[in-house]
Design a protein around this ligand. Structure first.
Ligand code: CDP
Ligand code: MG
Length: 777
């Protein structure tokens, strides 16, 4: 009771202070400029060519003058020696041969779909063709081309490449924008950005005023954001008849898109480069799937093949497709201990994944010194988004981490799964671009035969909560009606589950409208549960541990459990625990690391404690990122340098964790020697063995809240925190104003187990007060 009263009193004071200080929440929140000058605000970045309203003849003149400047620059570059060489390189790309066909099609149609193999020049050339033809037509300064990329790394690297092909620095006619980072100048006419950034722009500018061309790249990946963007753009086209939409795909199955856009023309770029032949090897020896153990493809085989290639084969880089980041980093450790592969004078060992730094990224494209072999361990990002020219050998493990989602029991799973046949071809195609290549498939033929043709689109295999929030914040009407217009609509049940979840966590009210909390959540580009933690952490003034927890949940598990040292690793993790919480264990581990870093001993600290130094660094930088996102929401003051007050109160932290993770909750039932766990939906569940709670025989609280449950054979919970009845009652879920009774009933499901009616009533009245305070803000 003490805690609840303290929290409610504090909250009341906080919110009334906030509303006195600040204008009420408005849609303009995105235009608030940040105090950090290296971060460009959304508004700043999308400042368009000045609008040509009536009576702006002067402006028209200025733009015409800028256009002719652009043209002069372009001509000068193309006449220079370097420029001529660059042009020659470009002219040899297959896409260049189709330049006229493409430009004419764009001129004659509002929507054009272009397909061509990876590396043929779609991403770097097609936006440039449009830009150059606009500049040649003397209206270069009037155009504004946006080209979306599914990942930040490709948006950055492609914009750099295109700028250098044009003999410019970034921020002249070419720029980029990804979350919290971007370079764009007054004359930038071609902007590469992530799909998420364009969606956020649509939030404040639903007609994309001033934009002349939108290019959506890598549509074959069928990412959730891209599928979502296509519905929005399809609605927009009739409102903006002069807007051009170009879709680009690395696979040939583009008919689907053509029929979605009423028979838009398809242009295929033939692959002239693919003259070089390549050999395919697969593990023929194993006869059938049943006698074949997928774990065997493990690292030993890869290590063997790599050392064989290094010793016996002709020069050329090796690209190794691995399942996910954890595999890559363990394999890297293993290879570094190898006498040949770990010798930097013979092997340049690099990794390639979605969140790598741009300095790391550049290395991948560079040619190594003579006699040194470049080996790149990569996730499926190098399948289509990144082209490394000198690859001769490809090793393909045949798997990728894929989120899948089982709508029936509402459980998301992130599991390694076999890739599709199309992915296999893409991976193989990464070898032998400039000289004959070889591809080693590390799985038998019979496994390949069982691969599906294409991967299922993300919208059909992941939970839709964030997407639903976005639909609401873009004011696109009814969620299910909107999603029914997708290229391939998700199952009704999956949509209903997402809406239900958003109602339970208080982001939507009973009528599916965004609540205040929901609106704040749409400003935080992360899973709603993580956003909720940040928001409450800010309000309750215990942001410091919460930043660590949220960052920790956004990176790969920092607690390593090498298979051969499992016990040692688990024991190491236990030192950080005494709070019955994996999340708080992470907070302590991070703090220890931070201390050790001061003496430059962070790496030793990680080594001793079985922690991933890379994850620790990632957490460190994500904390900063989240902090600045929170500043943009206005929930904390923009001058806060680190976190608003160091108040590590484990009860408050527990409360925030519960607030975020609800309804991920299970009850703890003790028997004589140990305890068992149960959720309402699944019945008995188990803990992952590396959870600090898995080693305990008693949990001094009746509940565990958890971040994730994964169905393997049984349902397993990952990362849990024990909470008390009072914390659950106060912070679990949210009572939306319209439906107090319904909500009480739901909480009552839990209440019946353990509460006296009188006590329950008292708790609930505090609870009502708390929710009213949050929702009335
Ligand atoms: O988009 P698509 O896969 O069709 O090809 P692209 O990304 O436009 O790349 C075309 C060619 O440009 C590649 O084959 C590379 O030779 C070159 N390129 C490069 O050298 N450096 C980059 N950062 C990107 C592309
Ligand atoms: Mg591309």
């Amino acid at each position: 009771f003490g805690l609840l009263k303290r929290v409610n009193a504090y909250l009341g004071e906080y919110l009334s202070k906030k509303s006195r200080n600040k204008e009420s929440f408005s849609d303009n929140c995105f235009s608030r400029s940040s105090s950090n000058s290296s971060i460009v605000t959304e508004e700043g970045l999308f400042e368009q060519p000045e609008p040509l309203a009536s009576g702006t003849a002067v402006m028209e003149k200025i733009l015409l003058r800028r256009s002719s400047l652009l043209r002069d620059q372009q001509q000068a570059w193309q006449e220079s020696l370097e420029g001529r060489e660059m042009l020659e390189f470009r002219q040899n790309l297959p896409a260049y041969k189709e330049k006229d066909t493409i430009l004419i099609a764009i001129l004659q149609n509002q929507v054009v779909i272009i397909s061509g193999e990876t590396g043929c020049g779609k991403t770097t050339q097609i936006p440039q063709f449009i830009l150059e033809s606009e500049i040649d037509s003397a209206r270069g300064a009037f155009c504004s081309i946006i080209c979306t990329q599914p990942r930040r790394i490709s948006a950055i690297s492609v914009s750099e490449r295109v700028a250098s092909e044009r003999g410019e620095k970034l921020g002249e006619s070419v720029g980029y924008k990804v979350r919290l980072e971007g370079i764009k100048g007054r004359d930038t006419r071609l902007l590469f950005c992530t799909t998420g950034i364009l969606l956020r722009r649509l939030l404040v500018d639903r007609n994309l005023k001033g934009v002349t061309h939108v290019i959506v790249d890598e549509i074959h990946e069928r990412g959730m954001n891209e599928d979502f963007l296509l519905i929005v753009l399809k609605d927009l086209l009739p409102r903006r008849p002069e807007l051009k939409l170009i879709l680009m795909s690395a696979t040939l199955d583009a008919e689907l898109f053509s029929s979605y856009f009423d028979g838009a023309p398809l242009i295929h770029i033939p692959d002239a480069l693919r003259a070089a032949d390549f050999k395919d090897f697969s593990r023929q020896t194993q006869e059938s799937l049943s006698c074949w153990n997928p774990d065997c493809i493990g690292f030993n085989l890869i290590e063997y093949l790599l050392s064989y290639i290094c010793e016996n084969e002709r020069p050329g880089a090796v690209l190794v497709f691995m399942t996910g980041w954890d595999d890559i980093s363990s394999l890297k450790d293993k290879l570094q201990a190898h006498p040949i592969l770990g010798d930097p004078s013979r092997v340049l060992l690099l990794t390639c994944h979605g969140s790598m730094a741009s300095s790391e990224q550049k290395l991948i494209f560079e040619e190594p010194e003579d006699g040194v072999r470049k080996i790149v361990l990569t996730t499926n990002i190098a399948e289509t988004s990144i082209t490394i020219n000198d690859v001769v050998f490809v090793l393909d493990c045949g798997k990728a981490k894929e989120t899948s989602y089982d709508a029936l029991n509402n459980t998301p799973c992130l599991l390694p799964s076999w890739v599709s046949k199309v992915s296999t071809q893409q991976r193989r195609g990464r070898a032998g671009r400039v000289q004959p290549g070889e591809c080693h498939h590390l799985y038998p033929r019979c496994v390949y035969d069982a691969f599906t043709e294409y991967q299922l689109p993300e919208i059909l295999r992941t939970p839709l909560q964030s997407l639903c929030l976005q639909i609401k914040s873009l004011k696109l009407g009814s969620i299910s009606e909107f999603l029914s217009r997708a290229l391939q609509s998700p199952k009704l049940l999956a949509v209903q589950n997402a809406i239900e979840y958003l109602k339970v966590i208080g982001a939507l009210d009973e009528n599916e409208n965004l609540t205040v909390l929901g609106r704040y959540l749409t400003m935080l580009p992360m899973e709603p549960k993580l956003g909720k933690m940040l928001i409450l952490g800010a309000i309750l003034n215990c942001l410091d541990p919460v930043l660590t927890i949220v960052a920790g949940l956004s990176v790969r598990d920092p607690f390593l459990t090498p298979l051969d040292k499992k016990d040692l690793a688990e024991a190491a993790k236990l030192q950080f625990s005494h709070d019955h919480s994996d999340h708080l264990a992470l907070v302590r581990a991070y703090e220890g690391w931070k201390e050790a870093e001061k003496d430059l001993a962070g790496y030793d600290y990680c080594w001793k404690n079985f922690l991933s130094a890379q994850s620790m660094k990632a957490i460190d930088s994500l904390r900063e990122e989240f902090l600045s996102l929170l500043k943009d929401t206005g929930l904390i003051d923009s001058y806060a340098t680190s976190c608003n007050g160091w108040s590590y109160d484990q009860h408050l932290s527990r409360a925030v964790i519960c607030y975020g993770l609800y309804p991920g909750i299970c009850s703890v039932v003790h028997n004589e020697k140990s305890f068992s766990l149960k959720t309402m939906e699944d019945g008995p569940v188990l803990l992952y063995s590396n959870s600090v709670n898995a080693r305990e025989s008693r949990i001094p609280y009746p509940w565990l809240v958890f971040n994730e449950k994964i169905k393997v054979n049984s349902v397993f919970l990952r990362d849990s925190t024990a909470v008390s009845d009072s914390v659950l009652l106060l912070f679990g879920g949210s009572i939306s104003r319209g439906d107090v009774d319904g909500h009480l009933k739901m909480l009552g499901g839990y209440l019946e187990f353990f509460m006296q009616p009188a006590i329950a009533e008292k708790y609930l009245s505090l609870r009502r007060e708390f929710d009213e305070l949050i929702q009335n803000k």
